[in-house]
Design a binder for this molecule. Sequence first.
Ligand code: HEC
Length: 111
Amino acid sequence: MKKLVLYVLALTVLSLGSAEAAVYKGQKVYIKKCRKCHGGGLEVAASKKKKSWKKLMKNKGEGLAKLHIDNPKAEKSKKYFQSKKYRKRAKHLRDFLVEYAKDSGNVPACN
Ligand code: HEC
């Protein structure tokens, strides 16, 4: 019985750990790929609610990619949004954006 409890505990810790890792990976993608045009990161994440991010990032970030590809002002990001690399990391990016969404309660207070 004790063993089972420990096992469940270990699993919980492991899965929490990997969720955090995904958020961190997403943040890294953001800093590398999005910051040059959008600045910040947390501010951008906090500009939408969880639900909007989930919608925009479903199907490997299809919505976000389309929005940029169709916008002449975002011409410079076109290549990235059409790449395999983007689709591969879209999930991490989504985790980051959802984690810090407007209604996540995770946005650090600004002072
Ligand atoms: C080459 C510059 C560039 C890069 C790189 C870029 N964007 Fe954008 N993004 C834009 C432009 C331009 C728009 C359209 C904004 C406008 O028309 O005012 C936009 C729009 C958006 C919007 C929509 C904002 C809204 O109000 O609905 C989101 C969200 C967004 N970008 C997130 C990202 C993320 C996340 C990344 C990184 C994966 C990224 N962008 C990379 C230039 C860029």
